[in-house]
Design a protein around this ligand. Structure first.
Ligand SMILES: Cc1cc2nc3c(=O)[nH]c(=O)nc-3n(C[C@H](O)[C@H](O)[C@H](O)COP(=O)(O)O)c2cc1C
Length: 202
């Protein structure tokens, strides 16, 4: 069976986006290993997920057979996004540093796909169990500063948060690919290439 790759983009900068280019480089390396892999792209900057509203949250807790047409319509974007995640084997997620965290477009998306009973649940012992199983995720991140090491490591709320929330949803095989120091002289010149070189496809 051919691998299915889901490329999730969250930069609004189109072709100029470093996280887009890095994600593309990751996909090139994955397809070098799995030539028949198919790629589906979801651009969160082009198709923005709205902030969750009351209708949507309420509809989640109504059994699917009992939902009104309005409720079905309201959570269609969530259902479709989750279907993409369930179908894919590999996620490539573009996540630029925005104010030391992820862009709100990506957070809004995560709020729509973290669904009780569908992408996670709590077992009888009250322990959380992620339901997106057997997935691999590559996070393409980019930043003006350097956060993987050095004095600003604790400023990084991108990798701890994404590691946590993806793990909560069952995705524990996660690699971060960083183009960092994009505004630091002496580092920026090789930042992208260093990121590309660090890509390791398992
Ligand atoms: C709104 C905004 C917030 C940013 N916040 C940070 C930040 O907190 N730390 C940092 O190192 N770079 C920050 N940057 C720089 C971006 O992370 C960097 O330009 C990156 O390349 C953006 O990703 P993209 O090229 O895929 O759009 C910020 C850029 C923007 C536009």
């Amino acid at each position: 069976m051919s691998k299915k790759i889901l490329h999730i983009l969250s930069s609004p900068r189109g072709g100029a986006s470093v996280t887009k280019k890095l994600g593309d480089a990751i996909i090139r390396k994955i397809t070098a290993k799995y030539p028949d892999a198919v790629v589906k792209e979801r651009d969160l900057a082009a198709d923005v997920f709205p902030h969750l509203n009351e209708l949507q949250i309420g509809a989640w807790f109504v059994p699917s057979a009992d939902r009104t047409p309005e409720q079905i319509h309201a959570i269609q974007i969530s259902d479709e996004a989750i279907r993409d995640l369930q179908e894919a084997d590999i996620y490539v997620i573009g996540a630029p540093f925005y104010n030391f965290a992820i862009p709100s477009t990506l957070k809004a998306y995560l709020d729509h796909i973290a669904r009780p009973g569908i992408t996670f649940r709590y077992n009888e012992q009250g322990k959380p169990e992620g339901l997106l199983k057997n997935k691999t995720a590559y996070i393409a991140t980019a930043s003006s500063g350097v956060y993987s090491n050095g004095p600003f490591q604790s400023f990084d709320h991108v990798s701890p948060y994404l590691t946590f929330i993806l793990g909560f949803l069952g995705v524990t095989d996660i690699s971060f690919v960083r183009a960092e120091g994009l505004k630091i002289e002496g580092i920026r010149e090789t930042a992208f290439e260093k990121g590309v070189q660090s890509i390791a496809i398992a």
